[in-house]
Design a protein around this ligand. Sequence first.
Ligand code: ZN
Length: 266
Amino acid sequence: MKYFDTHIHFFPDTLAGKALPRLSGICKCPYFTDGTRGGTAAALAEWGCSGGMALHIATTAKQQTSVNNFAAESQHDSIRCFGSVFPYAENALEEMRRIKELGLYGIKLHPDYQEFFIGDDAALPIYAEAEKLGLPIAFHTGRDPYSPSLVHCPPDVLAKIADLFPNLTIIAAHMGGMDMPEAAAQYLAGKSNVYFDTAFASHFLTPGQLEELIRLHGVDRVLFATDCPWSTFPEEKALLEATGLKPAEKEQIACRNAESLFGISV
Ligand SMILES: [Zn+2]
């Protein structure tokens, strides 16, 4: 069975050596690649994963251009990328149009790193523009070790955004809420414009809990993901394989749903 990892991270070669240890120290998470594009692609290949979608994050307005240029340059062979905008940047909407032109696959928002709450009025035009451009938005959803006491993207608020923008495709990372599977089940499960990804799920869900949440939400709207370098392909693959889902359902999640959502062939 082929696997495509829809949620990976890497950095420009000149930054990776500093960025990974710094983030790892703040989040108290070990890391499993050297954080570069080349090192990540090599690790995926070694693990037997067909390819990955890198979700980049612009943490300041000034960073947007370089982050998205790096994303565009990184897209070849087994690697594809999302771009990012800083929600409070004056030119965020303009940059979203550039993301579309660059051929990136969507937009990643990480409200913890970008220091905004997803329900902020300032963020609403971003959602409207993404809906208009047909660009999916991947949200870091639920808790985050970066700011563990404050949830910037709670599943109930994300559910309201999904209702407010019915033609926006939302990817609610971490199965709809890291460390918050009950809220994900209560508020987000079953929403037709929401995908869940399995990134980092082996750290907070048992195979039984994962299967329950997948069944509740819908097998056709779950994307296999690891959150590499913060978790590994073997760990997250083992979690999906340990569920009681049928082989064809596992294959949908492993690669078929990503193929139809992104229009790619794995
Ligand atoms: Zn991530």
